[in-house]
Each structure stands twice: as structure tokens, then as C-alpha cells.
Design a protein around this ligand. Structure first.
Ligand code: PLP
Length: 392
């Protein structure tokens, strides 16, 4: 299929402001259908859940449909979809619950590839429980997270392995299935941070081996809502209970309506895709992966040809996210210069605190991140490349 990016771009009103939004890894824009779904919820009237009147029934319906939409996006079970404000909050919540039975001698494995949101909640929970933290290291020369190290890291003491499905700065996509299999072999749970991967690849929580899969809708054209997808049977065994009991307070119903519309948007990215919404999501995300891969090659080739640019990220399987430094310029200066050229990029450590440390970039202020999503196009990549070329 040829990916019709101009059709896709037309769905996003914010893209008309003349800026190249290459900051998608920090949050995407919203298509009109998502904005409308949120506005329509308020327009129609919305009540709290469990009341006797239609506006209340609408809230109940939105929550149920939102769980179904997230299950279609990830291949999970709607009964195991936990909704919340964002991934970080939910991960802290899950870490609190899952660590309740940890004690001295128990171990948790985190990785230096991860965003801090999938490290600190586990490190702090381990600290409270007197459990031990073990670190999976990134091979800085390849930016891979070698699977082989997990044989040494895991033992019958391991309670949980936290790992990302994709690095939010260099895009590395580790071999999740192998890591999860190793975790399961010793009886540990695998908590996967899917925030960066979800916008770029077809997701299948079972194939990934994720006991918990966290995602954030604002990274894939939705509003600021997070979700964790788990096996409902597993949630039953946790000290808290099935989704509702992990969800605190009243939900943001209108935003949840926006999440449903965002999943529908993703499902429709390949207009030829047919079948159930799950099947359409899988076909559309495969088309997205292919399209973004081509655009990413253009971006990487362009940056690699510039002698004043140092590129980080060499993994074999990557999300389309480039991380680089420019000789003679601090990352925030590069971002300023690009903003003046109407190119949005992110700069700093991007909360990949451990990985920027492993790259030795902390003192230098991190790096510059250009993250592609499905609404970016060749002209935007060219604009970024020209703006970076000016800094030679
Ligand atoms: C890979 C990754 N994990 C976790 C997070 C945190 O997500 P949230 O903002 O939903 O808490 C981010 C956000 O940038 C991310 O990129």
C-alpha cells in the first residue's frame, strides 16, 4: 500500500501552523475526529457513572468502549485495561501494589535503555521493600540491550523485569519476547513500557510476552490518558484487584471518548484495511511502520552525511527516533535554532536519564531528538536537515 500522507495530514488541524512537528516522541497532535469526539461528549452532556439517567449511561458506555478500543490496539483483554492520567502515574500505582509482597532477598530488574518512568517507580518500590535492584546494561557501541545478560540477571529471586518496547531517544526495540520468556522461566513478571513503541508498530501484548503493557494515548494522536493492559486473571491475584480497583477517582470521560476516536483513527490509516477494528489496527500499523521506516532512512542518511553531527542509535530494530548532537552547539541552542526555522524538536535527556548518562552526555545537556510519526512527511525532514546543515 502507498501511504497517503497528505490525506493523513489533512486530518490534523494543528499541522496548518507552518511548523514541522518532529516532536511527536514527546506528544502528538490530535486529528479533528479526536477533538470532535471530546467536544461532542460535553455537547451531549455527561454525568458520573452509575446514575439512572442517559448522561450517566453515556459515561459508563464510554469507559467500557475505551477499554475495548485499547484492547483492540494492543491485542489485550478489555477486562484487563487499567485507565489513568498517564503512564508514569499508573506505573507508580502498579509498583506500589506489586511490591507489597516483596522483601529482602527479592530482586527487580530494570534497564538503562528505559525512560525513567519505567525505572524510578521500581527502584523506589524496591527501596521501600528492601528488595535488590539489578540493572540490564545497554551496549553503547550498538545501542542494543543484549538479551544474553538476562541469564545472569535473573534467578528464582527475581520478582519483576521492567523493560521498554522501544527507547524514547534512540528507538532501540529490544527482543521483548526473549526477555519476557527468560523472566517467565524464573517465575517473574514482565512489565513493558509501550509508550514509545505503540505509535510505530503493530502491538501484540501476548507476542511481546508482556504481563503488563503501558501506553499513553497522547503519543498516538489521542488526549492525555494512560493505560496499562494486563491479563485480568493476573490482576485478580494482585493485592488490589481488577481494573476498577486500580483506577482512582472519577475518570476524564471526555478524554476517554477521545482515546476511542484515536484508536479508530489509527485503525483507519490504511483505508484498504478490512475486518474487525483489531485487524484494521494491525494492517494500518504495519503500513505506518513501513512508511515511517522510509522517512526515517531519509532523516538518518541526511544527518549521517553531516560532519558536524554525531548520531546516537544503531540498533537493528528501531522506532523512527533520531538522537544527535551538533558540534559547537548545546542541545538547547540547536533546538532554538530549529524552532526559528519552524522545526519542533526536543532537547535534553528526554527522561532517558540512565541512557544519556551511559552516552556521557549529561554534562553536555543531553542531545537533540527528532521523532517521526505517521503525519510527518519528506518536506518536513528536508526542512530539519537544511536547518541542521546551517549549523556547520
Ligand atoms: C518511553 C516512555 N515511557 C514513559 C513515558 C512517560 O509517559 P507519561 O507522560 O504518560 O507518564 C514517556 C513519555 O515521554 C516515554 O516516552
Amino acid at each position: 500500500m502507498t501511504f497517503d500522507v497528505s490525506r493523513v495530514r489533512a486530518a490534523y488541524p494543528a499541522l496548518n501552523d507552518g511548523y514541522a512537528y518532529l516532536d511527536g516522541a514527546a506528544g502528538t497532535q490530535m486529528p479533528s475526529a479526536v477533538i470532535e469526539a471530546i467536544a461532542e461528549t460535553y455537547r451531549l452532556g455527561i454525568g458520573n457513572m452509575g446514575g439512572a439517567f442517559p448522561a450517566s449511561a453515556r459515561a459508563t458506555g464510554i469507559v467500557a468502549e475505551c477499554r475495548r478500543a485499547l484492547a483492540d490496539l494492543t491485542g489485550g483483554d478489555p477486562r484487563g485495561v487499567i485507565l489513568g492520567p498517564n503512564m508514569t502515574t499508573l506505573t507508580y500505582r502498579l509498583a506500589d501494589t506489586l511490591s507489597r509482597n516483596w522483601g529482602p532477598g527479592d530482586e527487580v530488574v530494570v534497564s538503562r535503555l528505559d525512560h525513567d518512568a519505567n525505572i524510578r517507580p521500581w527502584v523506589q518500590a524496591a527501596g521501600r521493600s528492601d528488595a535488590t535492584v539489578r540493572w540490564a546494561e545497554v551496549d553503547v557501541s550498538t545501542t542494543e540491550l543484549p538479551v544474553t545478560q538476562y541469564a545472569d540477571l535473573l534467578s528464582e529471586h527475581t520478582r519483576l523485569v521492567a523493560v521498554t518496547a522501544a527507547s524514547n531517544i534512540v528507538g532501540t526495540r529490544p527482543d521483548l519476547a526473549a526477555i519476557a520468556a527468560a523472566a517467565h522461566e524464573v517465575g517473574a513478571l514482565c512489565y513493558v513500557d509501550g509508550v514509545h513503541a505503540t505509535p510505530h508498530v503493530p502491538v501484540d501484548v501476548a507476542a511481546f510476552g508482556a504481563d503488563f503493557y503501558a501506553t499513553s494515548a497522547y503519543k498516538w494522536s489521542g488526549p492525555h490518558i494512560g493505560a496499562v493492559v494486563a491479563d485480568p486473571a493476573l490482576l485478580e491475584t494482585a493485592p488490589a484487584g481488577v481494573p476498577g480497583r486500580f483506577e482512582r477517582g472519577t475518570a476524564a470521560f471526555a478524554d476517554l471518548a477521545g482515546v476511542i476516536a484515536a484508536v479508530d483513527h489509527l485503525a483507519g490509516l490504511d483505508p484498504a484495511a478490512a475486518g474487525s477494528r483489531r485487524e484494521q489496527v494491525l494492517a494500518s500499523m504495519a503500513a505506518v511502520e513501513q512508511y515511517e521506516g522510509q522517512l526515517f532512512a531519509q532523516l538518518l542518511d541526511g544527518l549521517a552525511s553531516m560532519r558536524h553531527v554525531t548520531l546516537y542509535g544503531k540498533a537493528a530494530r528501531r522506532a523512527p527516533t533520531a538522537f544527535f548532537t551538533v558540534a559547537g552547539y548545546a542541545p538547547h541552542h540547536v533546538a532554538d535554532r530549529l524552532a526559528a526555522r519552524k522545526v519542533n524538536v526536543w532537547h535534553g535527556d528526554n527522561y532517558a536519564w540512565e541512557l544519556t548518562g551511559a552516552f556521557g552526555l549529561r554534562e553536555a545537556g543531553g542531545g537533540v531528538r527528532a521523532g517521526l510519526v505517521h503525519y510527518n512527511d519528506e518536506a518536513e525532514v528536508d526542512r530539519l536537515l537544511s536547518a541542521v546543515a546551517e549549523l556547520a
